[in-house]
Design a protein around this ligand. Structure first.
Ligand code: GSF
Length: 219
């Protein structure tokens, strides 16, 4: 078995999406914590591996991959005993990709656009438009769920992991009203039952929420 190393920090939603995937696949890996607040992601050694200086970063025996969505796809394709978490079927995969790209470009970005200015520049005033983007993301996710148990049907896959890592962290900036978004609440409840969910996602999400909540003022 090649050596797999995941570089990350528990509070990061995309890192937690990769942790969920690694745990679901039961792939052994080493986890190396990168202290973003101490700038460890911008040191020479890390930049050689990921010039975009983001976590998560996967090192699979010398092959470096970053962006959580790319990492999760790669891990299932390479190490999945089945393709259940990222089916090879063209249509199923296209639907999963749509949810992954939604998370990468819309859903997680609505959070990152608020959190990053706070983490690195101590910006604590958040324009209402940025909060509106978060609410729009919740609305889309609620619609995607429709009558399904999970995001693309009745089985979970990596798009559930990526979107759940974001959704469970978003209350840091906007409470997820369970009356407006009952399907998201029920879906997260189903994922919470996974034996590895607490360690891989819930604990980090709670830490993240604690860090940001009550620090921000909407203007
Ligand atoms: C986003 C990673 C990211 O923004 C992914 O992997 O899915 N689309 C990428 N990571 C943040 C940490 S966090 O906010 O979760 C990060 O590494 N920020 C440091 C930086 O310099 O951008």
């Amino acid at each position: 078995m090649p050596k797999i190393v995941l570089y990350g920090i528990d509070i990061s939603p995309p890192v937690r999406a990769c942790l969920l995937t690694l745990k679901a696949l039961e792939v052994p890996f080493e986890y190396i914590e990168v202290n973003l607040f101490a700038g460890e992601h911008r040191n020479e050694e890390f930049l050689k591996k990921n010039p975009q200086h983001t976590v998560p970063l996967l090192d699979d025996n010398g092959t470096y991959i970053w962006d959580s969505h790319a990492i999760c796809c790669y891990l299932v394709d390479k190490y999945g005993k089945t393709d259940e978490l990222y089916p090879k079927d063209l249509v199923k995969r296209a639907h999963i990709n749509q949810r992954l790209f939604f998370d990468a470009s819309v859903f997680f970005m609505s959070l990152r656009n608020i959190s990053v200015p706070n983490f690195y520049k101590k910006v604590d005033k958040v324009p209402q438009e940025k909060i509106d983007n978060v609410r729009d993301g919740y609305v889309h996710l609620e619609n995607f769920l429709g009558d399904n148990l999970y995001l693309t049907g009745n089985n979970f896959n990596i798009s559930d992991f990526c979107c759940a890592a974001t959704a469970s962290s978003l209350p840091a900036v906007l409470e997820m009203d369970p009356h407006k978004f009952p399907k998201i609440k029920a879906w997260l409840g189903r994922l919470e039952k996974l034996p590895y969910y607490k360690e891989a996602n819930k604990d980090g999400a709670e830490k993240y929420i604690k860090m940001l909540k009550n620090v921000l003022t909407v203007v």
